[in-house]
Design a protein around this ligand. Sequence first.
Ligand code: ADP
Ligand code: MG
Ligand code: MG
Length: 932
Amino acid sequence: MAVKSKAKKPAAKAKASPATKSAAKGTKYVYTWGAGRADGDGSMKPLLGGKGANLAEMTRIGLPVPPGFTVTTEVCTYFYANKKTYPASLQAQMEAGMANMEKIMGTKFGATEGMPLLVAVRSGARDSMPGMMDTILNLGLNDKSVLALSQATKNERFAWDCYRRFIQMYGDVVLGVQKRENEDHEPFETAIHEFKHEVYHADVEDSKLTAADQQELVKRFKALVKERTGKSFPDNPWDQLRGAAGAVFGSWMNDRANVYRRKYNIPTEWGTAVNVQAMVFGNTGDTSGSGVAFTRNPANGTDEFYGEFLINAQGEDVVAGVRTPEPVLKLKDQMPKSYAELLKVRATLEKHFKDVQDIEFTIQEGKLFMLQTRNGKRTAAAALKFSIDMVKEKLIDWQTAILRNPADQLEQLLAPIFDLNEVKKATVIATGLPAGPGAATGKIYFNADRSVQAAEKGEKVLLVRVETSPEDLRGMIAAEGILTARGGVSSHAALVARQMGKVCVCGAAAVHIDYEAKTATIAGQTFKEGDFLSIDGTSGTVYAGQIKTAPSEIIAGLLHGDKAAQATEKFKNYAQLMKWCSQATKLSVRTNADTPEQTQNAIAFGAVGIGLTRTEHMFFEGDRIDAMREMILADSLEARQTALAKLLPYQRDDFFGIFKALKGFPATIRFLDPPLHEFLPHAKEQQADLARKLGIPVEKIMSRVHELHEFNPMLGFRGCRLGIRYPEITAMQARAVFEAAADANKQGFKAKPEIMIPLVGFKKELDLQVELVHSVAKAVQAEKKTKIAYSVGTMIEIPRGALTADEIAETAEFFSFGTNDLTQTCLGMSRDDSGSFLPAYAESEIVKKNPFASIDQTGVGQLMQIAITKGRSKRPDIKLGICGEHGGDPDSVKFCHKIGLSYVSCSPYRVPVARLAAAQAAVSDLMAAKKK
Ligand code: ADP
Ligand code: MG
Ligand code: MG
């Protein structure tokens, strides 16, 4: 693998000058930063990981970052490719990195006299993976250097606190001293608990523990390690460091990381980097502390400094929920100088990164240190507000604003909120932090497994936990919403909810959970597992019982014309974003709709026509199904025509309604597609019913059902095969379309029908059907004395159709890719039967995404490209679209843009998502072109 780094180029040319010696010998595996200089920069995330790249970047722009070095992701790749070993030159490069750090800090790693250099060992994948990897602090301590630390800082309690924390973290993460199945708590926590009760007869706070107490705990912890692992705790700092680095690489493949990567489609090959950084200390006393913050509010988008801080604390204390942190704004009174400095950093970061940052910092005796920055995870609502505000502030342009709104999150904005009238009647039983906006109501479950089981049974679930940890991820995915009793805005629950777009209320202290009894007591009421609660993640409110939900402001404003909703900031921001999308887009968005109402909704969402009307859906309504059944059961052409004549007015009315709703936009109408047996009753009683209605013997129905039974209906008597065998069906449908179009024209809304023949694999199939359609068109136009603007085309949905698209294009005026069937037939996988093996395929990464949800670009996509090239060779201006479910999937939409389709079509509620994705594809092209 080639290393694309600025640092390598000169090294490759230069001959072994001492400074570049290690790099010249081979690959540069270690990148250092500190004292205003860095080997790497923010653009090198693939190689340095997100954390390492941004530490380098912050150093470069002059922010106070403790020095350190990054071991690259290539070492992780090497590690897994070479039986968990390291490149030979790594040790020497790490030693050089360490020497650089020692020089800047003026301390020595593992020193037993004077101030020792302690380091943090931090993982860092390309994209941050919250809670997946474990950081180890205070590394380098042993029985001797702890004394040196104590002497140098004149702070004995602090020194032993650091040492105790180090053994605990290292013991857990690296040496695997963890909770066993029969244990309720982590063994180190148990040891602390026992100690406190022995000495203080109570659960005193950690800060009450004396130096001697911490020293005693160190002794007990080491004994615990020995007992559990059979080995002594490593004394040698370099052994400690190598062990920690190995654990970071090892954690790349642990279960939690695998679950997370699958959910977010992160390839295993990326690997993680390891950052080794000089420690700074937030736990030296009351002038120190540690915090996390967002430069703006990531839940609702408000422009306010937003975060949490703990005095006299180290590392994960803030997010661990052990002590409740204070809002970062309080620092203003407590440490005014540091606070002013932080505000400056906030401004610098936003100006430099041009996006909202999620930062971690530590204050050591009044001095501020930056430990991390990254683009803040945000809810869809916050993303929308950030993007619009930042255009106003001239931080970004409107094209960038389009890219700042993740298309797959946009649906969150359309999610229901609680019905205002219902909420007034509901009882508020608790409040917490509004961590994930939206409204959720469901049955409560107290653990992840039971939540998953309940959700699988179709229940709406609220996961209720004291606090969540990565083990709860599956349950969080399954739940409608998450409620926690402890933890702040940077707790695991809040972080994950923000990213997944889950409704979440966290830190609702009034919720008292008893895991054993499976109950939650809130405001004097006891709720059992399975009882209903409702949470509002926009306000942080918890309600007893179930509450009806109402449409979001955007739905109310767009679809119901609600004036109050249209006046909200959220609605206006959404409208602005969509306006920009229209300005940017190349690909237009149509909808799949079978009724006038669906059509109206889609148009309100910005669709510019119908890409697919499934005519058969209309046959199920009311008593038309009887006429349909009569047609299927008919013995003769005449009998069939009689039945079809009954269907004609229904179809005509349906089409008329759709044309009217379309206001002049085109409608692609697909002729009858599904196998006929789908329309017949299969249960005995229903068959008897139908026999009575039609006045025929029930045996006749039974035998017809039997006749039509197919072993493989997906590949059976369906699509244009129906119209070829029974041309009168096609003729009736064509007549219904044209008569409706003629009527619509007369009433002043121009109808633009595009008749689509399904499942074509042979040109001749299409020829026969098209001839028929044209002859009906001619007849109707003559009868009605009007001209109808129509076209006839086909679906490309079986491989033979794609491969012979040049022949087919001689007849077809347009192609619409039916990617559902095209995926089924290209992959040889039935969508309905794939549930039994697709999850296993995803697990082994045979398929990265469900091919029925997101286009298989290399396989199915190739067939599409063949069809496009061949189709255009015969008909250069052929209209190209897609009408499979994929039309609403952002990645598939981007793919459709890339291969040059003119429109995508998706269900009405996906239209905004598709519009955003289409605009993003166009903007990305534009930006790539600009770069060149
Ligand atoms: P995560 O990826 O889980 O956020 P980090 O590597 O950022 O893990 O470390 C977690 C926390 O540990 C940080 O927020 C910070 O408080 C603390 N920490 C990390 N590096 C240092 C350091 N060099 N000095 C002091 N504290 C550190
Ligand atoms: Mg961090
Ligand atoms: Mg199909």
